[in-house]
Design a protein around this ligand. Structure first.
Ligand code: T3D
Length: 268
């Protein structure tokens, strides 16, 4: 058993998200339930603010992303759309958001509590470990309104489900159930709706107490592997393993094992 980080619980109030930090876990909850938590300009600004705290606070060692109500996120709020400036919106909002999750040097869990559509689906798929409620679903809704997939979907989808499924999902915009998403390897697991929050919190609390510096290196290694040769990847593993071996957590992990006691990891 590992020990939870000792951070005091904090909560920052926003209008469209909830953001809390407790026991090393930052929980970012999308909160526009009447609109299935669709993204607005304001929500993007509030998420940016929260993500900046997650990136810079060393006491935060895991991020949990989820939504309120019956949806996880229905993508861009189509009533808050600037038809003349989509590329600006992607550059300002969606692209930095996806990068802030993929490049975050901490594990990111997404607990998909309901439908995840458009950029909402691709936001979920950008996270490191995705758990979904049994009633949740994923929809590449873009083709239904004459857009192309964004928020990293054309990068993530072929990697997680393969090109044939990615192509059909993107072209047909069909709803994929949580069960099918798990069968296809799009997500980690499905849990009963009533168990999602408890399960996701337990997983996030567990991860926050793990050797998170090594987890950050692991995340980077796996992400980088898609664009590297085997030789380059082996060299990167060597370098990152050297870095991991210099952490206090490595010494602690080995000592705890040899002395048959629970390790106490500090994330450094
Ligand atoms: O630069 C840019 O900004 C471009 C970026 C684009 C990124 C994108 O994400 S494009 C894709 C945008 N999203 C969609 O096209 C999905 C639209 N929504 C749906 O297709 C359906 O709502 C769902 C399949 C997701 C769920 O269907 P259902 O039947 O469970 O719920 P509902 O009744 O359709 O929705 C409930 C309410 O949420 C409803 O509002 P009302 O009528 O009760 O006042 C509905 O209008 C609202 N809602 C759902 N999605 C959106 C939305 N309102 C605004 N924008 C939405 N995306």
């Amino acid at each position: 058993m590992s020990t939870e980080p000792k951070t005091p619980a904090t909560s920052v109030s926003h209008e469209t998200i909830d953001f809390t930090v407790d026991a090393g876990v930052a929980t970012l909850t999308l909160r526009r339930p009447d609109k299935l938590n669709a993204f607005t300009e304001q929500m993007h600004a509030e998420i940016r603010d929260a993500m900046s705290t997650v990136a810079t606070e060393t006491d935060i060692r895991c991020l949990l992303l989820t939504g309120t109500g019956k949806g996880f996120c229905a993508g861009q709020d189509l009533a808050d759309l600037d038809f003349s400036a989509l590329s600006d919106v992607l550059e300002k909002n969606y692209n930095p958001l996806v990068k802030s999750i993929v490049n975050l040097d901490k594990p990111v869990i997404c607990a998909v509590n309901g439908v995840a559509a458009g950029a909402g689906a691709n936001l979920a798929l950008a996270c490191d470990i995705v758990i979904a409620a049994r009633s949740a679903s994923f929809i590449q809704a873009f083709s239904k309104i004459g857009l192309v997939p964004d928020a990293g979907g054309t990068w993530t989808l072929p990697r997680v489900v393969g090109a044939p499924r990615a192509m059909a999902l993107a072209m047909l915009g069909e709803k994929v159930s949580a069960e099918k998403a798990a069968d296809w390897g799009m997500i980690w697991e499905v849990v009963d709706d009533q168990d999602l929050a408890t399960h996701a919190n337990a997983l996030a609390t567990h991860l926050a107490a793990q050797p998170t510096a090594a987890l950050a290196l692991t995340k980077k290694l796996l992400r980088e592997s898609f664009s590297r040769s085997l030789d380059d990847q082996l060299a990167l593993e060597r370098d990152f393993q050297t870095a991991a071996s210099h952490t206090a957590d490595f010494r602690e992990g080995v000592d705890a094992f040899l002395n048959k006691r629970a390790p106490h990891f500090i994330g450094r």
